[in-house]
Design a protein around this ligand. Structure first.
Ligand code: BTN
Length: 233
């Protein structure tokens, strides 16, 4: 990946126009700016070697030192689709599996190794586009109060460029796959299926995901659908 401070030239990789930076505030924020200014195109990837204002879900920071992968993919989209989150999770798990590492998915798309978070995904919609922001810990993992973290370097030799290459290919594959195959693969890789998890202070049984991408849990004798909340294992 390019190491200059503010590269404006695009390169091409795995079907994506790739814009690389050494350090920027956030690839996600940069993607929003591109959309707002009319510069954004379908299948653009913004990659940074480090971020000084990386953003996570629930307005958390995403600590972004050099040595890890920080990328935001921009795709054209007509409407919100909650199923995309699962395709992304499966693409990350397959990418990690390609190095011989077994990873699991914590709903909807946190990726864990040995129960510790190695990757997070932030999906945001803007105008006619969706931005898929992915962070994967390769060389360093931050200490985070809310959960345990880990990094790929503890399990295999991984370079960020090779990781990005594999991830881009897997994302293309799973984004275009039919949702039944995505759901099947997601269920295979999901942590805690058929176990009790905590949802809004209640213990519920994790059943899986349905056709439209909602999480299905059982509370006492009732099946409940969850869209975009957090469950605790
Ligand atoms: C999470 O909270 O689990 C989501 C983390 C998403 C982090 C990625 S790193 C690349 C992109 N740029 C950001 O500022 N955030 C996302």
């Amino acid at each position: 990946m390019n190491s200059s401070k503010t590269t404006k030239g695009y390169t091409r990789l795995a079907g994506y126009k790739v814009l690389s930076f050494d350090k920027i505030s956030s690839t996600q924020t940069y993607a929003h700016d591109m959309i707002a200014s009319g510069e954004a195109r379908d299948c653009t990837a913004i990659v940074a070697q480090a971020q000084y204002a990386g953003r996570g879900r629930y307005r958390r920071n995403w600590v972004s030192h050099h040595g890890n992968l920080y990328v935001s993919f921009i795709f054209s989209c007509d409407e919100r689709d909650s199923r995309l989150a699962y395709a992304v999770a499966v693409a990350i798990v397959d990418t990690i599996a390609s190095y011989g590492i077994r990873a699991e998915i914590k709903w909807p798309n946190d990726v864990l190794i040995d129960g510790k978070k190695v990757s997070g995904v932030l999906i945001e919609y803007a105008g006619r586009f969706v931005i898929v922001g992915i962070g994967i810990n390769v060389l360093t993992n931050p200490t985070v109060a809310e959960y345990k973290t880990t990094k790929l370097a503890d399990y295999a030799d991984v370079t960020v460029l090779d990781l990005f290459n594999r991830l881009s290919k897997n994302l293309e594959k799973w984004r275009k796959a039919d949702f039944n195959s995505v759901r099947q693969r997601w269920m295979d890789a999901a942590a805690g299926i058929n176990t009790m998890v905590k949802y809004r202070g209640e213990m519920v049984k994790l059943i899986g995901i349905n056709d439209s991408g909602a999480l299905v849990v059982r509370h006492k004798n009732e099946y409940v659908l969850i869209h975009g909340d957090e469950i605790f294992m």
